[in-house]
Design a protein around this ligand. Structure first.
Ligand code: ASP
Length: 349
């Protein structure tokens, strides 16, 4: 076998190292979810098991485009995600993006509540650098898992200059969707994330990253280090809903704010209106969203429980935010004000 002189071998290793050093640096914050899940034969179901390191190691191609540093923030199914973990994620994302060598952040996450975490980070991360959230619909131990492809694509977007200034985005199934707009639309399909009103921002794949539009309706609300997020509950309206859930909330210790998933333009029954009025009488902020997937809430009807009456008692309309996103914005905005007129400004921008 032909042998290289030792000085050539040293030069080769040095140059490989030097090239690697020039690759952009991405921080991966791992939180668990299906992307990190394996089938557990004892529990007879999937459970989050893989570390962030194992996720990245499973995709060797990542090393050809980026250097990656990994931090575990949690290892949970995202139905266990909490506002406390959001605060941790936002703090770490802000800290690591402030480092000059870091190109972007990737958060690995369960898909169930990823859109809420994405919107929280969209509001609270102050840096222009990309913040990418990624998950999978098929667990890591399934042969055709979508996790590795999604993770590779997430890294591609995290190092893309074009992704700067677009806020937090979800990258899955070769598509890039804006945090404020995207929602989970299918329990099992890999193409589950869609921005129903305005469409995806772009595509990502082996041929690179391609944006077609930018999300214009964005705002940044920096959080002080001591920020505390209030308890905000969501109560839906449905035929026959009479406000009992809202009255029950009071006996359970109440809440700091309420989001109503109204019907249509943001309507509730007359009896549910009475319960909301009692909440408003305690100066608790109430935001009215809708259970309809697209469109804005608006005060067009004047019957008791319709928009005109709700606005009259100081309810804030959620614009076109879904109930779960309206809750995120209310939580963040309430770190600044409880005044409905001031809160309305956050929902109108
Ligand atoms: N149960 C999972 C979660 O953590 C589902 C997923 O990741 O797709 O949200």
């Amino acid at each position: 076998m032909k042998r290289f002189p030792p000085c050539l071998a040293v030069f080769f290793l040095w140059s490989v190292g030097a090239v690697a050093q020039q690759l952009p640096l991405v921080k991966v914050l791992s939180t668990g979810g299906t992307i990190a899940s394996r089938f557990d034969p004892v529990q007879k179901g999937f459970v989050p098991a893989l570390s962030g390191e194992q996720l990245v190691e499973a995709v060797p191609e990542i090393k050809t485009i980026a250097r990656v540093e990994i931090e575990a923030v949690a290892n949970i199914g995202s139905s266990d995600m909490t506002p406390e973990i959001w605060l941790k994620l936002a703090r770490r994302a802000n800290e690591v993006l402030a480092e000059s060598g870091v190109a972007g952040v990737v958060v690995t996450h369960g898909t169930d509540t990823i859109e809420e975490t994405a919107y929280f980070l969209d509001l609270t991360v102050t840096d222009e650098k990309p913040v990418i959230l990624v998950g999978a619909q098929r667990a890591a131990s399934i042969k055709d898992t979508d996790g590795p492809r999604n993770l590779m694509n997430a890294i591609r977007v995290a190092i893309s200059a074009e992704a700067r200034g677009k806020g937090a985005v979800i990258v899955m199934n070769g598509e890039i969707n804006a945090a404020r707009e995207v929602t989970k639309t299918s329990t099992l399909d890999v193409g589950t994330f869609q921005s129903l009103e305005f469409g995806k921002l772009g595509y990502v794949g082996d041929d690179g990253v391609r944006f077609y539009r930018a999300p214009l309706r964005r705002q940044t609300i920096p959080l002080p280090p001591t920020a505390r997020l209030g308890r905000i509950e969501i109560v839906p309206h449905y035929a026959g809903a009479d406000g009992r859930l809202i009255r029950g909330l009071t006996s359970e210790g109440g809440c700091d704010g309420l989001v109503i998933a109204g019907a249509g333009l943001g309507h509730v029954s007359g009896t549910m209106f009475d319960a909301i009025e009692q909440v408003r009488a305690k100066d608790i902020p109430v935001v009215v969203s809708t259970r309809v997937y697209t469109g804005r809430t608006q005060p067009l009807y004047a019957t008791k429980g319709s928009g005109v009456s709700l606005v009259k008692i100081g309810c804030v309309l959620a614009d076109n935010l879904s109930p779960q996103k309206a809750r995120v914005l209310l939580m963040v905005a309430m770190t600044r004000t409880k005044d409905p007129k001031e809160l309305a400004k956050y929902f109108d921008r």
